[in-house]
Design a protein around this ligand. Sequence first.
Ligand SMILES: CC(C)(COP(=O)(O)OP(=O)(O)OC[C@H]1O[C@@H](n2cnc3c(N)ncnc32)[C@H](O)[C@@H]1OP(=O)(O)O)[C@@H](O)C(=O)NCCC(=O)NCCS
Length: 169
Amino acid sequence: MIFSIRPTTTDDVAAVVAVHRATATIPGGIARRPEEITDAYVARILGEALADGVGLVAVDQGGVVIGEIHAVRIPVKLFSHVLSDLTVAVHPDWRGRGVGSALFQALFAAARAMDPPIVRVELNAGAGNAGAIQLYERLGFRVEGRLEKRGRFPDGSFEDDIAMGLILR
Ligand SMILES: CC(C)(COP(=O)(O)OP(=O)(O)OC[C@H]1O[C@@H](n2cnc3c(N)ncnc32)[C@H](O)[C@@H]1OP(=O)(O)O)[C@@H](O)C(=O)NCCC(=O)NCCS
């Protein structure tokens, strides 16, 4: 394999910022715009994933971060078996080469090992992000609903979000 997956550390903030910004330059993918991807934002999400969630990066053979995934346990007892707030980003140069799928499989493995166990993984995807939705369905997620006009683009047009969930077995 030409890349590997490892847990994210607090030293990865700058590298994860770089990957998310590169990803965000192509509209219709991750929700945040490049200027919204700050060190403070990434430090917070990595910290939350380290505290009670899953945070993983994909690195190339030289150790350069080329992809990132994170999700957190919902901090409410009723929902504490649910891994939520999932975001995934793969550097545009690396798309379509299995990095995203590998990040998800590693996230599922890590989620299964969490204590108390994670039963459900959930995410939202923009309705226009057909490639991502197709990938998530292939990974076992099911479409559970549609959140109308949840996103609004700079030109004022709206986009629905597709709610998806996966039950870990
Ligand atoms: C969605 C994403 C994480 C998938 O990562 P990846 O490494 O390209 O995924 P894989 O190589 O494992 O799987 C490829 C599949 O991903 C999907 N896909 C989505 N966007 C894609 C893109 N721009 N290029 C290639 N594949 C894409 C397709 O279904 C593709 O399947 P195919 O090769 O049969 O067409 C990545 O494309 C990405 O970072 N996109 C921008 C950010 C984003 O949309 N994040 C998700 C927000 S909900």
